[in-house]
Ligand binder design. Structure first.
Ligand code: SAH
Length: 233
């Protein structure tokens, strides 16, 4: 049982049926049922304009696609997160700061997040400034909407909440936590298709195991992501 208010995500979307989606199963789903975290979705279209509840319009200056209107998103955000709501307001956006494990840690240590999911060509720039939205990207590629990006962000945050992963929760060893990628894992059988588990892992010498893992983590990081080591002070 949690004694404090649960970590709370509010999602603004045109597709609320995409939530909780995959977050409704396994560790995050169990934690959602237990009340360790809470999720609510707001249909942006409820703030749409006119009889057709229109939410988008063609881009000023011309060009392809449609843009989410600021006079729709603004009121939608105000209704979902009134002034005084302490949660950060995020806009999922390929232009945003790339999401990192340290950002995930910071978010999961806070009260939750209000997350705006874009669609079409994106959102009117004025609402980003007018509602102090922090743009967050999940990587250098373009999705068709912010919903899957929001699911990624929430999944990464929720698994760090106290009690969600049980004993695994320390997560200290995991990729990115120490500015490097994780060492390789093995389990039974000892030999498979001629490939054996490295001897050191069978010996029960915890010191030697720790040393081997550290060396492997460093080797793999050097090979695959030297940029992570360069970021180390
Ligand atoms: N025209 C935009 C892309 C719009 S994609 C551009 O070129 O930058 C539509 C929506 O999908 C975006 O508003 C955003 O909410 C979401 N989205 C797309 N790619 C994303 C990414 N890498 N990270 C986070 N959100 C993304």
């Amino acid at each position: 049982m949690t004694t404090t208010a649960p970590w709370h995500a509010t999602i603004l979307t045109l597709y609320p049926e995409m939530f909780p989606g995959p977050l409704g199963v396994s560790l995050s789903g169990d934690a959602l049922c237990r009340g360790t975290w809470a999720l609510d979705t707001r249909q942006i279209r409820e703030h749409g304009i006119g009889r057709h509840r229109s939410v988008d319009d063609s881009p000023a200056g011309g060009g392809a696609g449609m843009v989410l209107r600021c006079d729709v998103l603004g009121p939608a955000i105000d209704a979902a997160a009134p002034a005084g709501d302490p949660r950060p307001r995020l806009l999922m956006s390929p232009r945003g700061k790339p999401l990192t494990q340290s950002k995930v840690r910071a978010l999961s240590a806070g009260p939750g997040a209000v997350i705006v999911c874009g669609r079409f060509e994106g959102v009117d720039e004025r609402v980003i400034a007018g509602r102090s939205l922090e743009e967050v990207s999940i990587g250098d590629y373009v999705l068709s909407g912010g919903e899957i990006a929001a699911l990624v962000l929430i999944d990464a945050c929720v698994r760090l909440l106290p009690g969600v992963m049980g004993k695994l929760a320390s997560g200290d060893d995991e990729s990115f936590e120490a500015g490097r990628l994780e060492y390789p894992h093995y389990t039974r059988p000892r030999e498979w298709e001629g490939r054996a588990i490295p001897d050191v892992l069978n010996g029960g010498n915890h010191g030697a195991v720790a040393k081997w893992r550290e060396a492997e983590a460093l080797r793999i990081t050097r090979e695959r992501r030297p940029d992570l080591l360069a970021n180390d002070e």
